[in-house]
Design a protein around this ligand. Structure first.
Ligand code: ATP
Ligand code: MG
Length: 326
C-alpha cells in the first residue's frame, strides 16, 4: 500500500528541515508517494495567496501532511491547514534526551491540547470604546473528543499518568463541563487519572515533571503549558507536534521559519524528523516510528550536532548520521 503524503516545506528553514525528514522516511521500507505543495511568504509574493487552493486540496486528499514552517503568513497558512485536516487534537511531546543540557533531564511529557475552541474560538468584540470581550466556548462534544483521544494516546503509548488540566474552580461553567466530561470518559474507560488546576500544574511541571505523563488540556492552557515544558527540555529545534483530525493529520515542528539562520544549512532537523516519526505512528508504523526516534536520540547523544546544540555540523550531516543509524 502506498501512502500519499503532502509535503509543504513553506519558508525559511522549513525548506531545509522538510527535505531532511523526507530523506529519513525514504530510508525506511515503506512506500510513500510524496507530493509537494507551496505555501507561505514566498508563495504569497508570487501568487497573492499564502495558501493556494491546490495546496489545500493536496492536504485534504493526502493520507497525512508534513508541514515545515511559514514566516509572516504563518496564521494564514497553518490555521486553515489545520481546518482542512479537521484537526481537533494538538499533540505536543516534550522529552529530554540523554547527553543534552536540559533544565529537567527526567522529562517525558505529552500535551494533548484541544485545538478548536476555548478562548481561541475567535468570538471577540469591542462592545464600547475601551471595553472588549471574548467568549470562551467549551462544548461537551469537543471535550469528549479530546479526552477520548488523550486516554487512548496514553494507553497506546504506555503512559501511566494522565492528568486533566482545568480551572473549574473559577470558570465553573466552561471548565466545569470540560472537567466533568473528561472524568466521565475516564470512568467509562476504567482509566486512572488525576486532575490539576492549571496554575498549580504550571509550577509542578517545573519542579517535578517526572510526576506527569499525558496532560489533557483546554486550548489556551495546552498552548502555554506545552511551551513551558519545551523550556524544560531545552531547544526549539527538538520539539515535534501533530495535529490530528478524525480522518487526516498534519505534522509540524513546534519551531517557526527561523529567518536568522535560514539558508545557512545549519538548522537542526530533529524537530521535523521527530514530527515525521509521529506521522509514522499515526499511519500505523509504530515500530518504524520507534526506529526513527531511537536513531535520532542516538545522534543527539553522540553527535554530530548542529550549532543550536553546541556543535558545528550541518543539517545534512545530522540527517545523514540519523539515516546511517537506521
Ligand atoms: P517565525 O516568525 O517563523 O516563528 P521566529 O523568528 O519566531 O520565526 P523561530 O523559528 O520561532 O523563529 O525560532 C526562534 C529561535 O530559535 C531563532 O533564533 C531560531 O534560529 C531558533 N531555532 C528555531 N528552530 C530551530 C532549528 N530547527 N534549528 C536551530 N535553531 C532553531
Ligand atoms: Mg516563532
Amino acid at each position: 500500500m502506498t501512502h500519499r503524503i503532502a509535503v509543504i516545506p513553506g519558508d525559511g528553514i522549513g525548506q531545509e528541515v522538510t527535505p531532511a525528514a523526507v530523506e529519513v522516511l525514504d530510508a525506511l521500507d515503506i512506500e510513500f508517494d510524496f507530493v509537494e505543495g507551496d505555501a507561505g511568504d514566498a508563495t504569497k509574493a508570487e501568487t497573492g495567496e499564502a495558501l493556494p487552493q491546490d495546496t489545500r486540496e493536496l492536504a485534504r486528499g493526502a493520507d497525512a501532511t508534513l508541514f515545515g514552517a511559514a514566516g509572516e503568513t504563518a496564521a494564514d497558512v497553518i490555521l486553515p491547514l489545520r481546518e482542512v485536516v479537521g484537526s481537533f487534537a494538538n499533540v505536543r511531546p516534550a522529552v529530554s534526551y540523554p547527553g543534552l543540557d536540559a533544565v529537567q533531564p527526567d522529562t517525558d511529557l505529552v500535551f494533548i491540547r484541544e485545538n478548536t475552541e476555548g478562548v481561541y474560538s475567535g468570538i471577540e468584540s469591542e462592545i464600547a470604546d475601551g471595553v472588549t470581550t471574548l467568549t470562551r466556548v467549551i462544548t461537551e462534544d469537543a471535550s469528549r473528543d479530546i479526552a477520548e483521544f488523550g486516554f487512548e494516546y496514553a494507553e497506546t503509548n504506555g503512559y501511566d499518568d494522565v492528568t486533566i488540566a482545568h480551572k473549574a474552580n473559577v470558570m465553573r461553567e466552561t471548565d466545569g463541563l470540560f472537567l466533568e466530561t473528561a472524568e466521565a470518559v475516564a470512568e467509562e474507560r476504567g482509566a486512572e487519572y488525576d486532575t490539576a488546576l492549571m496554575d498549580a500544574l504550571a509550577m509542578h511541571l517545573i519542579t517535578h515533571p517526572e510526576d506527569y505523563g499525558v496532560v489533557i488540556c483546554p486550548n489556551l492552557a495546552g498552548d502555554m503549558l506545552s511551551d513551558l515544558a519545551a523550556g524544560l527540555v531545552g531547544g526549539l529545534g527538538l520539539l515535534p507536534s501533530a495535529n490530528v483530525g478524525s480522518e487526516n493529520a498534519l505534522f509540524e515542528p513546534v519551531h517557526g521559519s527561523a529567518p536568522d539562520i535560514a539558508g545557512e544549512g545549519v538548522a537542526n532537523p530533529t524537530a521535523m524528523i521527530l514530527s515525521a516519526a509521529m506521522m509514522l505512528d499515526h499511519l500505523g508504523y509504530g515500530e518504524d516510528g520507534d526506529r526513527v526516534r531511537d536513531a535520532t536520540e542516538a545522534v543527539l547523544d553522540a553527535g554530530p550536532r548542529t550549532p543550536d546544540l553546541g556543535g558545528d555540523a550541518s543539517t545534512e550531516d545530522v540527517t545523514a548520521a540519523i539515516i546511517e543509524r537506521l
